[in-house]
Design a protein around this ligand. Structure first.
Ligand code: PLP
Length: 218
Protein backbone atom coordinates (compact mmCIF):
# COMPACT_ATOMS: atom_id res chain seq x y z
CA UNK A 1 0.00 0.00 0.00
CA UNK A 2 1.37 3.35 -0.96
CA UNK A 3 -0.79 5.63 1.14
CA UNK A 4 0.29 8.86 -0.53
CA UNK A 5 -0.48 7.47 -3.99
CA UNK A 6 -3.88 6.28 -2.79
CA UNK A 7 -4.74 9.74 -1.45
CA UNK A 8 -3.72 11.33 -4.75
CA UNK A 9 -5.71 8.78 -6.73
CA UNK A 10 -8.86 9.34 -4.67
CA UNK A 11 -8.46 13.11 -4.63
CA UNK A 12 -8.30 13.28 -8.40
CA UNK A 13 -11.07 10.74 -8.92
CA UNK A 14 -13.47 12.46 -6.50
CA UNK A 15 -12.79 16.02 -7.59
CA UNK A 16 -13.62 19.13 -5.55
CA UNK A 17 -17.34 18.42 -5.06
CA UNK A 18 -16.95 15.25 -2.99
CA UNK A 19 -15.23 15.31 0.38
CA UNK A 20 -12.87 12.44 1.10
CA UNK A 21 -12.77 11.38 4.74
CA UNK A 22 -9.80 9.05 5.26
CA UNK A 23 -10.87 6.49 7.86
CA UNK A 24 -7.75 5.85 9.92
CA UNK A 25 -9.18 3.70 12.74
CA UNK A 26 -6.64 1.18 14.11
CA UNK A 27 -3.90 2.68 11.90
CA UNK A 28 -0.68 4.12 13.39
CA UNK A 29 0.32 7.78 13.45
CA UNK A 30 2.88 7.28 10.70
CA UNK A 31 0.22 6.11 8.26
CA UNK A 32 -1.87 9.19 9.02
CA UNK A 33 1.17 11.43 8.57
CA UNK A 34 1.86 9.87 5.20
CA UNK A 35 -1.68 10.74 4.08
CA UNK A 36 -1.33 14.19 5.66
CA UNK A 37 1.87 14.86 3.73
CA UNK A 38 0.01 13.97 0.53
CA UNK A 39 -2.41 16.79 1.36
CA UNK A 40 -5.20 14.94 3.19
CA UNK A 41 -6.76 16.90 6.10
CA UNK A 42 -10.06 15.11 6.84
CA UNK A 43 -9.63 11.95 8.92
CA UNK A 44 -12.25 9.73 10.53
CA UNK A 45 -12.21 7.42 13.55
CA UNK A 46 -14.88 5.27 15.17
CA UNK A 47 -13.72 5.34 18.80
CA UNK A 48 -13.58 8.53 20.83
CA UNK A 49 -10.54 7.55 22.88
CA UNK A 50 -8.45 6.59 19.85
CA UNK A 51 -9.45 9.78 18.03
CA UNK A 52 -8.56 11.92 21.05
CA UNK A 53 -5.12 10.33 21.37
CA UNK A 54 -4.45 10.95 17.69
CA UNK A 55 -5.73 14.53 17.89
CA UNK A 56 -3.28 15.19 20.73
CA UNK A 57 -0.31 13.69 18.88
CA UNK A 58 -0.87 14.79 15.28
CA UNK A 59 -0.92 18.15 13.41
CA UNK A 60 -3.55 20.56 14.66
CA UNK A 61 -5.00 21.41 11.26
CA UNK A 62 -6.36 17.87 10.84
CA UNK A 63 -10.17 17.89 10.83
CA UNK A 64 -11.36 14.89 12.86
CA UNK A 65 -14.60 13.12 11.98
CA UNK A 66 -16.29 10.77 14.45
CA UNK A 67 -17.97 8.16 12.25
CA UNK A 68 -18.87 5.53 14.87
CA UNK A 69 -21.66 5.26 17.41
CA UNK A 70 -20.92 7.56 20.38
CA UNK A 71 -21.86 6.90 23.99
CA UNK A 72 -23.06 10.07 25.71
CA UNK A 73 -20.44 9.76 28.45
CA UNK A 74 -17.67 10.03 25.82
CA UNK A 75 -18.89 13.24 24.21
CA UNK A 76 -16.93 15.48 26.58
CA UNK A 77 -13.59 14.10 25.38
CA UNK A 78 -14.16 14.97 21.72
CA UNK A 79 -16.15 18.19 22.21
CA UNK A 80 -13.07 20.47 22.25
CA UNK A 81 -11.97 19.48 18.75
CA UNK A 82 -14.27 17.18 16.76
CA UNK A 83 -15.06 18.57 13.34
CA UNK A 84 -18.12 16.50 12.33
CA UNK A 85 -20.08 13.84 14.21
CA UNK A 86 -21.57 11.49 11.59
CA UNK A 87 -23.61 9.18 13.81
CA UNK A 88 -26.17 11.38 15.53
CA UNK A 89 -28.69 8.68 16.42
CA UNK A 90 -30.70 9.94 19.40
CA UNK A 91 -32.02 13.17 20.86
CA UNK A 92 -30.18 12.27 24.07
CA UNK A 93 -26.84 12.20 22.22
CA UNK A 94 -27.55 15.49 20.43
CA UNK A 95 -28.47 17.10 23.75
CA UNK A 96 -25.17 16.00 25.25
CA UNK A 97 -23.22 17.28 22.22
CA UNK A 98 -25.02 20.62 22.51
CA UNK A 99 -24.17 20.86 26.21
CA UNK A 100 -20.49 20.01 25.78
CA UNK A 101 -20.18 22.26 22.73
CA UNK A 102 -21.49 25.16 24.81
CA UNK A 103 -18.89 24.46 27.51
CA UNK A 104 -16.21 24.68 24.83
CA UNK A 105 -17.77 27.79 23.30
CA UNK A 106 -18.23 25.95 19.99
CA UNK A 107 -20.94 24.97 17.57
CA UNK A 108 -20.43 21.31 16.65
CA UNK A 109 -21.47 20.08 13.22
CA UNK A 110 -23.39 16.84 13.21
CA UNK A 111 -25.22 14.45 10.87
CA UNK A 112 -28.17 12.20 11.65
CA UNK A 113 -27.46 8.54 10.95
CA UNK A 114 -30.31 6.93 9.07
CA UNK A 115 -30.77 3.19 9.13
CA UNK A 116 -30.94 2.22 5.46
CA UNK A 117 -29.59 -1.33 5.52
CA UNK A 118 -32.27 -3.91 4.91
CA UNK A 119 -30.39 -6.16 7.34
CA UNK A 120 -31.01 -5.67 11.07
CA UNK A 121 -28.65 -4.63 13.88
CA UNK A 122 -27.12 -1.43 12.54
CA UNK A 123 -27.37 1.81 14.50
CA UNK A 124 -29.43 4.60 13.10
CA UNK A 125 -32.77 6.32 12.95
CA UNK A 126 -35.78 5.68 10.77
CA UNK A 127 -36.92 8.55 8.63
CA UNK A 128 -39.86 9.14 10.97
CA UNK A 129 -37.58 9.23 14.03
CA UNK A 130 -35.22 11.68 12.32
CA UNK A 131 -38.08 13.98 11.42
CA UNK A 132 -39.45 13.79 14.96
CA UNK A 133 -36.07 14.88 16.33
CA UNK A 134 -35.67 17.76 13.86
CA UNK A 135 -39.21 18.99 14.55
CA UNK A 136 -39.03 18.73 18.34
CA UNK A 137 -39.02 21.85 20.53
CA UNK A 138 -36.15 20.35 22.48
CA UNK A 139 -33.97 20.06 19.37
CA UNK A 140 -34.89 23.55 18.22
CA UNK A 141 -33.68 24.92 21.57
CA UNK A 142 -30.12 23.63 20.99
CA UNK A 143 -27.83 26.54 20.13
CA UNK A 144 -24.48 24.76 19.93
CA UNK A 145 -25.16 21.98 17.47
CA UNK A 146 -25.60 22.32 13.72
CA UNK A 147 -27.15 19.33 11.97
CA UNK A 148 -25.90 19.60 8.38
CA UNK A 149 -27.29 16.43 6.82
CA UNK A 150 -27.42 12.67 6.92
CA UNK A 151 -25.16 9.62 7.06
CA UNK A 152 -25.94 6.04 6.19
CA UNK A 153 -24.31 2.66 5.71
CA UNK A 154 -25.54 0.15 3.18
CA UNK A 155 -25.77 -3.57 3.84
CA UNK A 156 -22.44 -5.39 3.52
CA UNK A 157 -23.36 -7.56 0.52
CA UNK A 158 -22.23 -8.51 -2.96
CA UNK A 159 -25.71 -7.57 -4.20
CA UNK A 160 -25.00 -4.18 -5.70
CA UNK A 161 -28.63 -3.69 -6.70
CA UNK A 162 -29.55 -3.85 -3.02
CA UNK A 163 -26.78 -1.40 -2.12
CA UNK A 164 -27.99 0.94 -4.82
CA UNK A 165 -31.59 0.72 -3.55
CA UNK A 166 -30.48 1.54 -0.01
CA UNK A 167 -28.37 4.54 -1.06
CA UNK A 168 -31.13 5.77 -3.31
CA UNK A 169 -33.58 5.61 -0.38
CA UNK A 170 -31.23 7.73 1.70
CA UNK A 171 -30.88 10.31 -1.09
CA UNK A 172 -34.67 10.60 -1.29
CA UNK A 173 -34.89 11.20 2.48
CA UNK A 174 -32.05 13.72 2.25
CA UNK A 175 -33.72 15.65 -0.57
CA UNK A 176 -37.06 15.72 1.25
CA UNK A 177 -35.48 16.98 4.47
CA UNK A 178 -33.35 19.50 2.56
CA UNK A 179 -36.56 21.01 1.19
CA UNK A 180 -37.54 21.71 4.78
CA UNK A 181 -34.04 22.44 6.11
CA UNK A 182 -32.30 24.20 3.20
CA UNK A 183 -29.02 24.58 5.09
CA UNK A 184 -28.45 20.80 4.78
CA UNK A 185 -25.33 20.32 2.67
CA UNK A 186 -23.75 16.96 3.64
CA UNK A 187 -24.81 13.48 2.56
CA UNK A 188 -22.21 11.06 3.96
CA UNK A 189 -22.49 7.69 2.22
CA UNK A 190 -20.01 5.31 0.63
CA UNK A 191 -17.05 3.27 1.86
CA UNK A 192 -14.21 1.43 0.08
CA UNK A 193 -16.48 -1.27 -1.35
CA UNK A 194 -19.42 0.85 -2.43
CA UNK A 195 -18.35 4.49 -2.81
CA UNK A 196 -18.84 4.60 -6.58
CA UNK A 197 -22.47 3.50 -6.22
CA UNK A 198 -22.92 5.98 -3.37
CA UNK A 199 -21.67 8.83 -5.57
CA UNK A 200 -23.92 7.74 -8.41
CA UNK A 201 -26.78 7.98 -5.91
CA UNK A 202 -25.84 11.51 -4.83
CA UNK A 203 -23.30 11.24 -2.01
CA UNK A 204 -21.05 14.27 -1.44
CA UNK A 205 -18.91 12.79 1.35
CA UNK A 206 -17.28 9.36 1.26
CA UNK A 207 -15.58 7.53 4.13
CA UNK A 208 -12.70 5.45 2.80
CA UNK A 209 -10.52 3.27 5.04
CA UNK A 210 -9.05 0.06 3.64
CA UNK A 211 -8.61 1.33 0.06
CA UNK A 212 -6.29 4.03 1.42
CA UNK A 213 -4.55 2.40 4.38
CA UNK A 214 -4.87 -1.32 3.61
CA UNK A 215 -6.85 -4.01 5.36
CA UNK A 216 -7.42 -3.84 9.09
CA UNK A 217 -6.86 -6.85 11.33
CA UNK A 218 -10.37 -6.78 12.72
C1 PLP B 1 -14.55 1.64 9.06
C2 PLP B 1 -15.61 2.55 8.57
C3 PLP B 1 -15.55 3.07 7.25
C4 PLP B 1 -14.46 2.70 6.24
O1 PLP B 1 -14.58 1.39 5.83
P1 PLP B 1 -13.68 0.78 4.64
O2 PLP B 1 -14.47 -0.35 4.14
O3 PLP B 1 -12.39 0.37 5.26
O4 PLP B 1 -13.50 1.85 3.63
C5 PLP B 1 -16.55 3.94 6.86
N1 PLP B 1 -17.55 4.30 7.69
C6 PLP B 1 -17.64 3.84 8.95
C7 PLP B 1 -18.76 4.28 9.80
C8 PLP B 1 -16.67 2.95 9.42
O5 PLP B 1 -16.78 2.47 10.68
Amino acid sequence: MNIADNIKKFTSELGPEITLVAISKTKPHNDILEAYQAGQREFGENKVQEMTEKWEALPRDIRWHMVGHVQTNKVKYMAPFVSLVHAGDSLKLLKEIDKEAEKNDRIIDCLLQIKIAEEESKFGLSRVEAEAILNSEKFKSFKHINVRGLMGMATFTEDMQQVKREFHNLKVIYDDLKAEYPHFDILSMGMSGDYRIAIECGSNMVRIGSSIFGDRNN
